[in-house]
Design a protein around this ligand. Sequence first.
Ligand code: MN
Length: 724
Amino acid sequence: MIRQYELVEKVKAYDPNADEDALNRAYVYAMKAHRLQKRASGDPYFSHPLEVANILTSLKLDTASIVTALLHDTVEDTEATISEIRDLFGDEIAKLVDGVTKLDKIKLQTVHTQQAENFRKLFLAMSDDIRVLLVKLADRLHNMRTINFVSKEEKRKRIAIETLEIYVPLAERIGVHEFKNELEELSFIQINGEAYESIIRRLRFLQKEDTEILIPEVIKELSDTLEKDGIKAKINGRQKTPYSIWRKMQRYNLAFEQLGDIMAFRIVVDDIGDCYKALGILHSTYTVLPGRFKDYISTAKPNGYSSIHTGLIGPKKQRIEVQIRTQQMHEINEWGVAAHWVYKHSESASTDQQYLKTSGKRFKWIRELLDILDNADNPQEFLEHTKLEMYSDQVFCFSPKGDLTPLPQGSTPVDFAYAVHSEIGNRCIGARINGRLLPLRTKLRNGDQIDIITSNNQQPSPSWEQFVVTGKAKAAIRRFVRNEQRDQFLKLGKTIINKAFKTIDKKYVEKELTNHLKSFNADTVDEIFIKAGEGQISFQHIVDVLTDKVDAKTSEEQLAASVIDKRPSKKFRHAIPIHGLIPGMAIHYARCCHPLPGDAIVGIVATGRGVTIHTEDCENLEQFKKSPERWLDVSWEDNGQDEVVKYIARFHIVIINQPGALGMLTSSIGKHEINISNLKFVNRTQDFFEILLDVEVVDTDHLHSVMGFLRSIPAVQSVERTKH
Ligand code: MN
């Protein structure tokens, strides 16, 4: 276990301005907080945060990161709180510790390969500061180093798989290759210890010379060979790790004996032409290993990977693997899978070109991060300004089963529902977010667990379109509304035309309409219905066509007079039955008078939008007096088996201004299970409140019973129905 002064000295060695006092205080604070806690190894628990801090000194991280490492388990595992840490160590450290604690809370219940990528992205999205992620990686590294103390084999394996699936790629992505290789190795030993041992033995057998010395020599010779023929190349070499060898054996079904090369070299050249030229030079200079040549440039892998692979008996008579590619290919290969994913899911990036550009920008800085840390004079300043911006445009949410769904920032439960399945979207009526019932327009946050509540009677609401952000949800809602509207117009049109037949005392025969397609300027009978429903063709016009009067030009006035004449006398005789429909559809209720079933009503045709229903005494009808062709006789449909539809009724209520009066009113409304849809104060004096109250009622009978019980409330002075 590293000692307190050793840790401080280590930090001061690379950062002379390090805050020694903060380091010392964090050391003491964490040690006290973890007090008697023990690790599985029997060591004091405090040895763990201390080692995590120690690991991070190898990356030369700033004081805040080291302090965070020391404190990283205090909030989760001891009585320490974030606010206490904020008081003692300041905002920055509190935020970092909070970030690490939040990552700890993500439950990785279902780590299977399909989900792993989403989990990694959730991690990246949640650690908006790269230091949070680095602490978390060091934390995992130390836990993996001590994993043998975990007694259950099953648990060790699960942790190892999780490490391979989540942490290794994260370490790779942010460029901490030392962490990556060690994590990979430690996981491999747990998952398949036998294979690991065999590969190590085979490697020792093949490794006659020290690869540390050999690799630079091979690079030198390869680069000289290529340069002689005018090819400039950047060459990298590495010894393959047991895990990477194992993966290759699995993938290509190789036996240990076929395992010949333990070194791999990557040759990066200027353009595609040079790739093939370099290949030609190498193949004519060295012995080619049969069956190893793969051209992923002419045919890229499905994930976009492109490169040439070959195997040679290269310089120093060593069997080597060689990959040849351009710089651009290299960048896409290294970072492209993630970038590709981002591209696929962001609607803004519309072309491949754009994708290349953004992916390049997105990942470049992370790749360079460690170089900068190594060389920076002031790593502190650098880290303070380094925020993880990856996936900050996305949120990752859990299903109740623990699957992760990525969504664009600003998404709502409705977006989530549509992302899961369009039927779930169409039928969603509510959502539990982390167990709490919340409005469908709630903006989702990273790590939220969402349980969508569905009902077979539910239909998408046009109002959802105002808050959903995903294209899928938008398109589905629009499609539904469009179909629904068409349907409604069609139905309304059919009843209007039915009425026209009755008006001229003819039996309704749908077939007859086919003779009139031209007169209605329609191609199909359905189109006639829709036009009639939308108000594109007037009732009078329909009557005229059906009575073959269409060419006898009636003057506007005559037409108007005749309609007005007819209107009162014919009232309700052939009225068009209406019933409650979705707002914004073919039939809607005027907001000026709030008509209720039971009220005498009229319909006003709004061209292209169907019919608006007013009460017969609505003052706004005045303005339509001059366009009688827009009036339509309508009546409430008596349709018992239909679902109960609720309408808005508005009351003007005067209540005595006394403590609790308003509460009494609203709670007794609640007791009667009546929904308040709006409440507005219109006047407030010393003695009285005047309010406008909108409630949902079924019909005028219901309305009267509501008025009755409202009047029975002692504090209520008066209740009137109002249509304004
Ligand atoms: Mn820990």
